[in-house]
Design a protein around this ligand. Structure first.
Ligand code: IPM
Ligand code: MN
Length: 369
């Protein structure tokens, strides 16, 4: 098949890791007979430096003309002054919102080869394989009012956690559908003991559950879930949560597998598309690592590109219905780890970790057509 992929590397290690994902996609194209073309655009801090905005119109045009977006990361100390009016993060937030990407899938899987890299006890994390469905275009991130001001009593600020029932229902349905295709267990997180938005969330979860009699739905308070993710992670299959809860808990979940550098994500605007179907017209989905721009290691060839490479696999699976190809990438990553290779973030004392570009080249060589 033919596909046009926009590549928005962004800041810090973003461009380094997406470069490796493209290497792997190229290898897939060659071995499976596809034609992928790539169009690069600026986003985040680098776009602010060039144009004064984190999401320039040029970039939006590139994105809208493409079938899927491969995103790196944005942000860095250079743009971090809280007094700044424009922020690199506006780039990714603007993309999520304008593309309507309300469902963010964040799989958390423990690789057997990396069990020893985890700070958690091996018996707790063996067989962990769950997926967080994070609501991505509403909640605390986008609710209005959202502003800072000053009056005679001093400085004040407000963020708003607002949801419509439609926004809650559609992301819950994605989670139920996913649970249906997996082990049939869904944990819906909220703070229904405190927040009105959570009580609405819980009520709608109960209503939608009526359409999914085979799914075991559990409501869990988000703070308690934070504890369970660390002490009892194997109870989870699918977790669904409000934007901010999902953000925080997915970083926490990344610890289970030993590194933030391994976890990909997919941001979708509809129920998972049926296999083999390619998006026509409409807006592209976006694929990005859950890690950030890691400015401390940028430019040192030490970044782990596996999260970006696995994000490319998710793109093939969810946007293009190329399941065999996605499987091939995932198997390539497995094979790399099986052969004993490690990246800087998961290296033991005696390992000689692979550089960013070595990882990309090796996985590209390991994908089998
Ligand atoms: C993430 C990141 C973003 C978020 C930042 C960069 C805006 O932390 O994708 O998890 O908070 O959503
Ligand atoms: Mn985050």
């Amino acid at each position: 098949m033919e596909a046009r992929i926009s590549v928005l590397g962004g800041d810090g290690i973003g461009p380094e890791v997406t470069l490796e994902a493209v290497k792997v996609l190229d290898s897939i194209a060659k071995r499976f007979g596809h034609d992928f073309t790539y169009v690069a655009g600026d986003v985040g801090g680098i776009a602010i430096d060039k144009t004064g905005t984190a999401l320039p119109q040029d970039t939006m045009n590139i994105v809208m003309g493409s079938d899927a977006v491969l995103f790196g990361a944005v942000g860095g100390p250079k743009w971090d002054d809280p007094k700044n009016k424009v922020r690199p993060e506006d780039g990714i937030l603007g993309l999520r919102k304008s593309l309507g990407l309300y469902a963010n899938l964040r799989p958390c899987k423990v690789y057997d080869q990396l069990i020893e890299s985890s700070p958690l006890k091996p018996h707790l994390i063996k067989d962990v394989d769950f997926i967080i469905v994070r609501e991505l275009t509403g909640g605390l991130y986008f609710g209005k009012p959202k502003r800072r001001w000053e009056n005679s009593r001093g400085r004040r600020a407000v963020d708003t956690l607002a949801y419509s029932e439609k926004e809650i229902e559609r992301v819950l349905r994605v989670a139920f559908e996913l649970a249906k295709s997996r082990k049939g267990v869904l944990h819906s997180l909220d703070k229904a003991n405190v927040m009105e938005s959570s009580r609405l969330w819980r009520q709608i979860a109960m209503e939608v559950a009526g359409d999914y009699p085979d799914i075991k739905l559990h409501h869990m308070l988000a703070d308690s879930a934070a504890m369970q993710i660390i002490t009892n992670p194997s109870i989870f299959d699918v977790i669904v949560a409000e934007n901010t809860f999902g953000d925080i808990l997915s970083d926490e979940a990344a610890v289970i597998g030993g590194s933030l550098g391994m976890l990909p994500s997919a941001s979708l605007s509809s129920l998972p598309p049926k296999s083999g179907r390619r998006r026509r017209g409409g807006k592209p989905a976006l694929y990005e690592p859950i890690h950030g721009s890691a400015p401390d290691i940028a430019g040192r060839s030490e970044a782990n590109p596996i999260a970006s490479i696995l994000s490319a696999a998710m793109m093939l699976r969810w946007s293009f219905g190329l399941h065999k190809e996605a499987d091939a990438i995932e198997a390539g990553v497995q094979a790399l780890l099986d052969e004993g290779y490690r990246t800087f973030d998961i290296a033991n004392k005696d390992d000689r970790p692979l550089t960013t570009s070595q990882v990309g080249s090796m996985v590209a060589g390991l994908v089998k057509g």
